[in-house]
Design a protein around this ligand. Structure first.
Ligand code: MRU
Length: 380
């Protein structure tokens, strides 16, 4: 491992070697940040190469790179790239410029908490640098730790969640909370992957997830690639699928989980949670600890409003009269009473969510043992 700011992804490839089918969504190679360009999928699996913080901000805003945990990891490396471009020996001036880059990264997308968490953590590591020259190495160490931790967290989420799934069950999921949204392996899809790795036969229903179709483009791509049975439905068909008894569990990801238990996730999650409650289908949220936000109230969560063209056009073709506008909120908030449990990398948090989340700070959760299926919390 070379310590001059460039290096090969030793650790990441080790994991990939274990399960070659595993997608490697992000990698740092010789001072270049590479991430899978999600806008090209499913037609093309290719990496977008980023060599400066401006390119990282553009990749996040345009959703070439998307998914809260992955945006966090890429944001972390974005600050490493920014440090590499600082041409002053004055540490105070260097820190001022680094702060400017950190703020630019954090402002790209406001709803997911992981981006601010990761960028602030890497920025804090800059205080360890004894000179501007050593800034890049220090920040790279921190970004690498975040990547490693997030990948380990994904595998632990899988293990904690897999015990909640029974052989032969059908899981409905919304948006893409897979390898393409994380440091690898996924969150909601980690639960499915781990259950399949345990020999369980799991089928998945993926909602297409309008307007950008993360479900039909990305979730279906990941599962089909690994020969895990998957069917796509329109978002509006989720309730009927449950009414017909075709869904055993719902597992989705999250962009921000509040101390109260409110879960922010892709627009369309709330109606799925409402239908699940009505039809008695267990509704689980899978997310790493880095997605917990103990500072914000539900009323303070900023819901990203994206370009209305994403709703009005599909594949560059307009599907609405020219003089009609569209609204395009990208996320919604599911209240805690609709959530059966939160599957984290440190254990499954069950109801009452607010009470259990409040009692548990990040550190306390750290020691939870991986339960066996016997310990699986009762669905309702
Ligand atoms: O707009 P996106 O595609 O970034 O939204 C992604 C989601 O809502 C995911 O469900 C969430 O980030 C969790 S990803 C593990």
């Amino acid at each position: 491992m070379r310590r001059n700011g460039t290096r090969e992804m030793g650790d990441q490839s080790l994991l990939a070697v274990k399960n070659s089918a595993e997608l490697v969504p992000v990698r740092w190679r010789n001072g270049v940040l590479e991430a899978v360009d999600s806008t090209l999928l499913p037609a093309r699996l290719a990496y977008v190469r980023m060599t400066n913080v401006g390119q990282v901000c553009a990749a996040i805003r345009s959703m070439k790179v998307r998914g809260a945990p992955l945006i966090g990891v890429v944001g972390a490396y974005g600050l490493v790239l920014a440090a590499g471009k600082i041409e002053t020996a004055d540490q105070v001036e260097a820190s001022r410029r680094l702060r400017k880059s950190a703020d630019a990264l954090i402002e790209t997308r406001p709803t997911g908490v992981n981006l601010r968490w990761a960028v602030e953590r890497v920025f804090k590591a800059s205080s360890r640098a004894s000179s501007v020259k050593s800034l890049g190495v220090e920040l790279l160490k921190e970004a690498d730790s975040i990547l490693r931790e997030e990948l380990e967290a994904a595998h632990r989420i899988g293990k904690f969640g897999a015990v909640l799934l029974e052989d032969g069950e059908t899981v409905l999921t919304h948006c893409n909370a897979g390898a393409l949204a994380t440091a690898g392996y996924g969150t909601a899809l980690a639960v499915v992957r781990a259950a399949v790795e345990q020999g369980k036969h799991i089928s998945v229903i993926a909602t297409e997830t309008r307007p950008l179709l993360q479900g039909s483009r990305l979730t279906a791509f990941e599962l089909a690639r690994e020969k895990i049975p998957v069917k796509i439905i329109c978002d509006s068909a989720a309730a009927q699928a449950m009414a017909r008894g075709g869904v055993d569990k719902v597992v989705v990801g999250a962009d921000r989980i509040l101390r109260s238990g409110h879960v922010t996730n892709k627009i369309g999650t709330l109606p799925i949670a409402l239908a699940a409650k009505f039809y008695g289908v267990p509704f689980y949220v899978a997310a790493p600890i880095s997605t917990l936000d103990f500072e914000t109230d539900p009323s303070q969560v900023i819901i990203e409003e994206r370009d209305p063209k994403e709703v009005l056009y599909i594949g560059g073709k307009r599907f609405a009269p020219m003089n009609v506008e569209a609204l395009n909120p990208a996320f919604d908030i599911t209240p805690p009473e609709l959530v059966t449990g939160i599957i984290t990398d440190r254990g499954v948090i069950v109801q009452p969510l607010a009470e259990n989340l409040s009692r548990q700070t990040r550190r306390k959760i750290a020691t939870a043992e991986i339960p066996s299926s016997r310990d699986a919390p009762s669905p309702n």
